[in-house]
Structures are given as C-alpha cells and as structure tokens.
Design a protein around this ligand. Structure first.
Ligand SMILES: [Zn+2]
Length: 93
C-alpha cells in the first residue's frame, strides 16, 4: 500500500525558515465530519499549515430529507379522495 498521506505533505513553506521544510503531521482536532491536521516545521517547530480531512460523506445524510416525507402527508386528499378534482372545479366555477 502506498503512503499517500505522508507523500502529499513532505515539505511545506515555513515563514520562519524562509524555505520549504520537511514537516511533522499532527492530529489537531477530531471534528464531527472529519479531522483537522496541523503541519509543524521539523526545523523550528513552527506551524506551517492545517488541513481538514473529511472522513464521513455528509451528502448521504442530506439525501433523506424530511421534505420527501412531507409530499405524501396530505390527509385532506386521502380522506375525500377527490382532492384534485375539487381544485379544478373551483377554477371553472
Ligand atoms: Zn521552520
């Protein structure tokens, strides 16, 4: 297995060292939808950047929205059985 995560941030520009420096990757925060990583310069320990890595596909949860259920929740039409006809009748009345 290839080590993509280590490869992508081997060196980042450090404002203190004035050049791209090898960095240490450190887990900063665990978020509800991912992780926040911090990159520290191996030379001076300065924080040279952070990166958020999404671990959970939040889109999957949005697909099942409550609105989808609301479309069919029309007790009026279900009881009368002629809910649609009543609407058009009013139009020509
Ligand atoms: Zn540095």
């Amino acid at each position: 297995m290839r080590q993509f995560e280590e490869f992508e941030a081997t060196a980042l520009f450090c404002s203190t060292c004035k050049q791209a420096m090898p960095v240490n990757k450190r887990l900063l925060l665990i978020l509800p939808d991912g992780e926040l990583w911090e990159y520290l310069c191996q030379q001076c320990g300065n924080s040279v950047g952070t990166k958020k890595v999404s671990s959970k596909p939040a889109i999957l949860f949005l697909e099942r929205s409550p609105d989808f259920i609301g479309i069919n929740s029309n007790p009026d039409a279900a009881l009368s059985g002629t809910g649609e006809n009543r609407d058009s009748g009013t139009d020509s009345y």
